[in-house]
Design a protein around this ligand. Structure first.
Ligand SMILES: [Zn+2]
Length: 230
């Protein structure tokens, strides 16, 4: 029995398995990322290379979470608890190797203003020109990624960049909260903290900015795009 089969049988005791399960390690991911690809006959879990060194008990928790996602089910196991505890803390020890001067300045402004300069610098990276993913924080990789639509040099773009940065740094600080097999990232406490941003109209400004940017894009590329929030 391989580790994925063990994760399955401990998650769904007695449930028969009609697929082959396999685990592969890949260097193509950011640290501690993972995904699962499936066909009618197989499921392949692709884990970032860092997972090789992690104990099986924690890895089983990760595989079980991916299985639950794939099956669209909710459940709690001891291994999932172990995984979540691990992923919340491992990023705090992750090496900081990626940086960019514009993002670093934004991080420094936000850290000074909202975190009393106490929040360690995470990895900072520009993402693609995305309107649907404005920013992300990856706990395991300790990585903030921000859509490059915010890379403008004017004051408005800088303020919006700081707002997205603030949101992602709040994720780094507050991590996530789990209850009844669900993870909550944008809790009430999180939203209250987010409202402490010093421009109370920032959400409206952001909508306006995205609308304007989108307008320009629609003209340059006549293709319908979905408008989403992060
Ligand atoms: Zn968020």
């Amino acid at each position: 029995m391989n580790i994925a089969e063990r994760a399955y049988s401990e998650l769904f005791p007695g449930r028969s398995l009609n697929k082959t399960l396999a685990v592969k390690y890949s260097r193509a991911f950011n640290a501690y990322n993972a995904n699962v690809k499936y066909t009618p006959f197989s499921m392949t879990f692709r884990l970032s290379y860092e997972w090789k060194k992690v104990s099986d008990e924690i890895k089983i928790g990760l595989l079980q979470l991916l299985l639950l996602k794939a099956c669209n089910e909710k459940k709690r196991t001891l291994n999932i608890d172990l995984y979540e505890r691990f992923i919340k803390s491992v990023g705090d020890y992750a090496a900081v190797t990626e940086c960019d001067p514009v993002l670093e300045e934004s991080y420094a402004r936000v850290n000074e203003k909202y975190f009393y300069g106490m929040l360690d610098k995470p990895n900072l990276r520009w993402g693609g020109q995305s309107f649907s993913k404005l920013g992300t924080y990856e706990y395991g990789a300790n990585m903030v990624t921000i859509s490059s639509i915010f890379s403008g040099e004017d004051e408005k773009a800088k303020e919006l960049l700081d707002y997205i940065m603030y949101h992602e740094l709040l994720h780094k600080k507050h991590k996530f909260h789990t209850k009844n097999g669900r993870s909550f990232h944008h809790t009430k406490h999180f939203r209250n903290k987010e409202k402490e941003f010093d421009n109370p109209h920032i959400e409206e400004d952001l909508k306006k900015f995205l609308g304007k940017k989108r307008f320009v894009r629609v003209f340059s590329r006549p293709k319908k795009r979905k408008f989403l929030w992060f």
